[in-house]
Design a protein around this ligand. Structure first.
Ligand code: DCP
Ligand code: MG
Ligand code: MG
Length: 660
């Protein structure tokens, strides 16, 4: 039952009253002007959940489906259906056969390839990030946004609460007290939420529900109260009722099946049971951290901030089935997974250092079956193949995965597998150059020219196998699977060592000259296991601008820029991340045209620079030898400017990215 169905004030039991009193104490501990103990304004958090997400994506891909009942299935189950199908009795998690019998005119689409859903999912996050940097993804169709600062800005414009109203619903139809600062903030937050939802609809054609509250857990729990395409604001006085309205502990975000089973063993079934359970009892069963966290959550308290996660730390894909019991079948499944992951890795542009294989065995028992995994490091040369988008990587990866498989399963015994998952983790920008070195952008196999086949017969610097993961399988670690990739041969003058020629020749001559002269003056650092230690280093330090300042954040409606970014994205498949933050000394228009890798490096360097305490005198003359990156990027004292002549010498490369 939707929470919103539970309108009106239900009678409170004695337990409810206890809990309400406790939450009232917590509320009373908050200062009246809505600042927390550290003097920060109390948070306003937005949770945004797209409506029938996979079905909406399918309707966008094929507009002829708009007015038809539509369901998306994976294997035999409906994973979602549009609201028209829901009206006709189809539900999520229903068997596809049952859905068909309930609604014979149902259009059933297979949703096992997540690629289109992922793509649109990231577009939604990017759009939200363009309004506000504090966005945290949750699954594919949800985002938290910390809109506290936006609310504060609005508050400055509308300090008098007289005409404030809430946009959308108020949970439990609680009356808004326009004189209460927290109500005022949440009301302003509801208008921001409405603006975000409108933008997602007009720019991406998607509808969704929003919840506005003072914490992540409350925002998430309240957002689905009215569906679809609606929003609900939770005022603090109603949070106790919201939490007590959750029947089962599983309704609390982050309480999964296994935690719920452990709680059940303690006799805890409902959220109220959990609220009333003494903390030491919980701690004994779940450990201190987990116990305190879920106890707080059960009370609607969630101190965790919205944490932008950046790009995913790993990419994985899995397939489940009734029975796989032969080596050939396993290899076929692994090959499919690896191929799909290679495509995603290529678009991502980073190189994985580790591969993990996970399986699930068949079990007659009703108890959940745990997964078993083995992992191994990937040879760096294989990483290069992956990054270049070469399908040559499939065979060695499948062979590695099969070695992992046979560490889990005895090949001489019968087996029955119901799930295989392949995961690439430890994703890194590049194998050449150290972190913070711009050389990684120019290194061989950069995603700028991912499909270009290297010509035979030439050779260049390559990183050999990196440091071995001691947790991995020795025989897998030792597998020598790939030959070093040769560099493409071009006419003279040659690029500096360590620089991908295919990228180098795309650069303006001026930059080519500068890279050559920079390379001539410094050694290249080793990456783990690198054989390229004799190649010259292109340290960012020498290219640094010393004009560090606050971030230049591009926000809508910067339509021209967005269009430019979109165009660039379509030209360069590796550029699939949003451009919302630009180093202050880089021309935003130029920045969006750079490959993601270089954007990342420039941003990281610039952030390191802004974090460096302003202890280094800004007038430090540029060193004749290369300065260390730290020195080169140190922040000047506020208000001081570099001597232009110094700046010319210090800013070798970055000046090409500066606005005219
Ligand atoms: N999903 C899935 N398997 C599940 C649950 C969900 O593959 N067991 C996918 C399909 C959904 C998407 O995740 O479209 C988002 O899940 P939601 O629970 O948010 O459901 P929907 O967005 O589809 O519907 P709603 O309008 O109820 O949010
Ligand atoms: Mg949804
Ligand atoms: Mg969801």
């Amino acid at each position: 039952m939707a929470l919103g169905d539970n309108e009106g004030e239900p009678p409170l039991s004695d337990d409810d009253i206890d809990w309400t009193d406790e939450s009232a104490d917590i509320a009373a501990s908050q200062p009246a002007d809505c600042r927390d103990a550290e003097g920060q304004p109390q948070k306003v958090i937005l949770h945004f959940d797209l409506d029938c997400f996979y079905a909406q994506v399918e309707m966008i891909r094929n507009p002829a489906l708009w007015n038809l009942p539509l369901a998306v299935h994976q294997k035999y189950f409906i994973v979602t259906c549009n609201y028209l199908a829901r009206e006709l009795g189809v539900t999520k998690r229903m068997m596809a056969t049952e859905a068909r019998s309930k609604c014979p005119e149902l259009v059933l689409l297979n949703g096992e390839d997540l690629t289109p859903y992922r793509e649109i999912s990231y577009k939604v996050t990017e759009l939200l990030e363009s309004f506000c940097p504090l966005v945290e993804r949750l699954g594919l169709d949800e985002n938290f946004v910390d809109i506290t600062e936006l609310v504060e800005k609005k508050l400055k414009k509308v300090p008098l609460p007289s005409d404030v109203s809430v946009n959308g619903h108020i949970y439990n139809q609680q009356a808004l007290d326009t004189m209460a600062p927290d109500h005022h903030r949440l009301a302003l937050g509801s208008h921001i939420a409405a603006e975000f939802r409108a933008a997602v609809h007009t720019q991406l054609g998607l509808t969704g529900c929003a919840g506005i509250a003072s914490s992540k857990v409350l925002a998430k729990l309240v957002s689905g109260t009215f569906r679809p395409n609606q929003q609900t604001t939770l005022l603090p006085e109603s949070s106790a009722q919201l939490m007590c309205g959750l029947i089962h502990v599983r309704a609390i975000p982050s309480v999964g099946r296994s935690t719920a089973m452990r709680l059940q063993a303690l006799g805890i079934h409902s959220v109220v049971d959990l609220q009333r359970c003494p903390l030491p009892t919980l701690e004994k069963e779940l450990g201190g951290i987990c116990a305190r966290r879920i106890h707080c959550l059960s009370l609607g308290i969630d101190p965790l901030p919205v944490t932008p996660r950046g790009p995913p730390q790993s990419l994985s894909d899995e397939d489940s089935f009734k029975k796989v019991s032969t080596e050939v079948e396993v290899m076929q499944k692994v090959k499919e997974l690896v191929s799909s992951l290679l495509h995603r890795l290529h678009r991502d542009g980073r190189v994985p250092r580790t591969m993990r294989l996970t399986i699930k065995r068949f079990s007659e028992s009703s108890q959940p079956v745990s997964r078993e995994s083995r992992q191994c490091p990937l040879p760096t040369t294989l990483g290069q193949k992956i990054r270049s988008g070469s399908w040559d990587a499939v065979t060695p990866l499948v062979s590695l995965a099969m070695k992992l498989f046979f560490r889990l399963v005895d090949r001489h015994m019968p087996f029955h597998i119901t799930l295989i998952s392949v995961c690439f983790t430890n994703l890194q920008l590049c194998c050449l150059g150290t972190r913070g070195s711009i050389v990684s952008f120019f290194s061989q196999g950069s995603p700028v020219k991912p499909k270009e086949a290297p010509s035979a017969g030439s050779s260049g610097p390559t990183c050999q196998q990196g440091a071995l993961d001691t947790s991995g399988n020795q025989d897998v670690q030792e597998a020598s699977l790939v030959a070093s990739a040769p560099l493409q041969q071009r006419s003279a003058p040659s690029p500096p060592p360590g620089v991908d020629p295919s990228v180098f020749w795309e650069l303006p001559e001026e930059i080519q000259r500068e890279l050559r002269s920079s390379a001539a003056s410094a050694p290249v650092p080793d990456c783990p296991g690198s054989t390229a230690s004799s190649a010259p280093r292109l340290g960012l330090g020498q290219h640094a601008s010393r004009e560090a300042s606050s971030p230049a954040v591009l926000r809508p409606p910067s339509l021209a820029l967005r269009t430019l970014a979109n165009q660039t994205q379509s030209l360069n498949p590796s550029l699939n991340s949003p451009v919302h933050e630009v180093p202050s000394h880089v021309d935003p228009q130029v920045f969006v045209e750079l490959p993601t890798e270089l954007q990342g490096e420039l941003l990281a360097e610039w952030k390191r620079e802004t974090r460096t305490p302003p202890s280094t005198p800004p007038s430090t003359p540029p060193s004749q030898t290369l300065p260390s990156p730290k020195r080169g990027w140190s922040r000047p004292s506020k208000g001081k400017k570099l001597n232009p002549s110094n700046r010319t010498q210090v800013n070798n490369l970055l000046r090409y990215f500066k606005p005219c």
